[in-house]
Design a protein around this ligand. Structure first.
Ligand SMILES: Nc1ncnc2c1ncn2[C@@H]1O[C@H](COP(=O)(O)OP(=O)(O)OP(=O)(O)O)[C@@H](O)[C@H]1O
Ligand SMILES: [Mg+2]
Length: 498
């Protein structure tokens, strides 16, 4: 089947200082095809598509589009060749408006050559409407939720009418509804013979939307399979180089006394009368649709946002948590949802990022104990299996999934008694997910209590002792383990929204 080949990337090599990110990768895309790139965190997926998108030059190799060799030395070159990329890390400019972001570098101008804001906003309005997005074109991007930002990023890429569209983890923070919407859009694009490169760690999504799957491992091409006939086991074995047994590790114990009680919490905005308790040694899942208020609850508990009404008790005693430092002193840690905006110091080293909270919490005075710093870094780079050439590596240069692992490692290093994880496995590969589950299980065995917010239902179902479901800022159910099913959770998750 050689017909309709839209894109060929051949023998691509790319080296970063200390890392051979791509050793010799070839990739082919047909017109009208959705072709997945699959591989572990750090395998080289984003690097390959950044080369296609003109972000990095390759060290060697060739790119052909419709059979013609092309040089892609810049984002503009990529666009000229009909390539549009939705990057894994959101690259919208936060303090510009939605419309300015969509039209960045190609703003409509008035006859006097000034930017025609009216026209730009009207055009943006048209695009947003055609995608049924309830977003204001002249609102600042920074005021949008992460899911909304991701949708803006997606429609921006679509508005270029690209022949080749690349999506690097486009669904990582989308709601099920938005995912459905994105997939409808993808199907339409396929009919118009657009070729789509699709990167995701969610195997179920790959099954739903892709035609072929190419696996890369450690910068090397492993193979290409037809989605219809490939099995999960086979793909995972190609990805990690071995069979993966025991995906969810969970040994259930008898949970102890309540360590955290939240009573009638309201934030004056979304949250109303939120009450729940977390017991010693349990995993309490928090399910719900994007926007249900799960992260908002945790931000109140962790002292990031004020709670207007309500009470929080730790170990049965009422506490006031007016900032994250106060929460940390009570043994609470929060791994936030968005590593890019809330968590990472991208310009700093892996060591700095992992030790920053632990050192602040445990070391008095100004002198940093380098041995301790090294020991903590080693422990959590190993525990989280973070792939990095050195501890001094700039964290922003790690692959997306490895950045996420660094953030989790940082909070584990504070040795919390109450660990709140907001979408901990987002963007993390299957092998690393299994490792995170095993670590969570180990922690609860040691008596740590964990809250896990997750939009992946199989994950809350398989890991939770109990699952709380939220909808429209309220708790709609608290389901015991025996009672958990995807249908039941979805029923309560949509209760107040439809
Ligand atoms: N700008 C950079 N400087 C140095 N090293 C880099 C840079 N970008 C990527 N790397 C390294 O190249 C390798 C491949 O990274 P890449 O981001 O392509 O992985 P990925 O397959 O997209 O992983 P993930 O699933 O985690 O997103 C990693 O070892 C990463 O640390
Ligand atoms: Mg990536």
């Amino acid at each position: 089947m050689n017909e309709n080949i839209l894109l060929e990337m051949e023998h691509i090599k790319k080296e970063f200082p200390g890392v051979q990110a791509l050793k010799d990768v070839s990739f082919q895309l047909r017109a009208g095809e959705v072709h997945a790139l699959l591989g572990e965190n750090g395998a080289g997926k984003s690097t390959l598509i950044k080369i296609l998108g003109g972000i990095y030059p390759a060290n060697s190799g060739a790119i052909r589009i419709n059979g013609t060799p092309v040089t892609i030395a810049s984002v503009q070159d990529a666009q000229k060749n009909g390539v549009s990329v939705i990057h894994q890390e959101l690259v919208l400019v936060p303090h510009m408006t939605v419309a300015e972001n969509i039209f960045l570098g190609r703003e409509p101008t008035a006859p006097n050559r000034a930017v025609d804001f009216k026209k730009m906003n009207a055009e943006a309005r048209g695009i947003l409407d055609s995608f049924e997005l309830d977003i204001l074109p002249d609102g600042e991007v920074s005021s949008l939720t992460i899911a909304q930002q991701q949708m803006v990023e997606i429609i921006k890429a679509l508005s270029f009418n690209a022949r080749i569209l690349v999506m690097d983890e486009p669904t990582s923070s989308l709601s099920e509804k938005d995912v459905g919407f994105l997939f409808d859009t993808i199907r339409k694009l396929k009919k118009n013979q657009v070729g789509i490169v699709y990167i995701s760690h969610r195997m179920s999504e790959l099954k739903r939307i892709t035609d072929r799957i190419t696996v890369i491992r450690d910068g090397e091409y492993i193979g290409t399979k037809e989605t219809a006939t490939a099995t999960n086991d086979e793909l995972i074995a190609m990805m990690v180089g071995r069979k993966l047994t025991n995906y969810y590790t969970r040994t259930y114990g008898e949970p102890g006394d309540p360590v955290l009680e939240v009573r009638n919490l309201s934030d004056g905005k979304l949250l109303k009368n939120v009450s729940f308790e977390l017991r010693r040694g349990e995993i309490l899942g928090f399910a719900g649709l994007v926007g249900a208020g799960r992260s908002e609850v945790m931000k109140c508990v962790f002292g990031i946002d004020p709670c207007i009404e309500g009470e929080i008790l730790v170990d049965g005693k009422p506490v006031r948590i007016s900032n994250p430092e106060a929460a940390m002193r009570l043994g609470i840690a929060l791994v936030p949802e968005s590593r890019k905006t809330e968590a990472l110091f991208p310009e700093q080293s892996v060591m700095f990022n992992i030790t920053i909270k632990a050192l602040k919490a445990f070391i008095r005075g100004l002198l940093v104990d380098t041995d301790k710093e090294l020991a903590i870094t080693k422990e959590y780079v190993d525990t989280m299996a973070i792939k990095t050439p050195s501890y001094a590596q700039t964290v922003g240069n790690l692959s997306g999934g490895n950045q996420q692992k660094a953030v989790i490692g940082r909070w584990l290093a504070t040795k919390p008694r109450i660990l709140i994880l907001d979408e901990p496995t987002r963007g993390v590969d299957v092998g690393a997910k299994a490792e995170i589950y095993a670590i969570m299980n180990e922690l609860v065995k040691q008596g740590v209590s964990i809250i896990m917010i997750s939009s992946e239902l199989p994950e809350v179902i398989n890991m939770g002792d109990r699952v709380i479901v939220m909808s429209g800022g309220k708790i709609t159910a608290c389901l015991p383990r025996e009672d958990l099913s995807q249908e039941k959770i979805m029923q309560y998750a949509t209760q107040l929204t439809v």
